[in-house]
Design a protein around this ligand. Sequence first.
Ligand SMILES: O=C(CO)[C@H](O)[C@H](O)COP(=O)(O)O
Length: 219
Amino acid sequence: MIQIAPSILSADFNHLGRQISQVEALDVKILHIDVMDGMFVPSISFGMPVIASIRKNTKLFFDVHMMVQDPQRYVEALAKSGADMMTIHAEACHCIADTIQKIHDHNMKCGIAINPDTPISAVESYLQDADMILVMSVQPGFGGQKLIPETLDKITALHRLRQENGWKYLIEVDGGVNADTLESVARTGVDIAVAGTAVFGGDIESNLKKLRGVIADAS
Ligand SMILES: O=C(CO)[C@H](O)[C@H](O)COP(=O)(O)O
């Protein structure tokens, strides 16, 4: 069953702790946390002090998406903040193999993200070692964008490659996932669907119910 990972980028930061507790009480298991540096992407979001602070109040799995240049610089700090998984961008990291190793040495899972224009070939040599491949279905940097349908072909291909080779990575999709797009997303073989606006925009409980309903109907 596909899991929904709410992205706190779209949460109300004035009530962040309360909204995180709310999704946890609604049986969410994975929290998607977007760190943006204003360099790799134009926006700046938040960093390790915020992650360390929310860590105190929840047992949710922290799936941290590092939209930053040279993410290898932040492995120790992110591990200390309480992250469970660190996802680095293939486009932002010049020593991916070493960084995967470093992330694992710090007892975190390692994800590799690819932008909509980046082909799977850019990460093919790391598929065996990665714990997750994150397929960006919008250009990274902002919530509330429209899903780019062509990006879903990469998920289908990653799913096939995983089956053919017996690899273990999870596949995550991020950007523009909502009750209208989730049906086509669900057909790709994806494991985790990140949703920001579609969870935190409006009533969280009914939003999650609607998204889970689409997943149940599609499976
Ligand atoms: O990584 C992101 C932006 O770079 C966000 O996680 C993503 O866009 C989710 O937002 P939404 O569900 O509103 O599209």
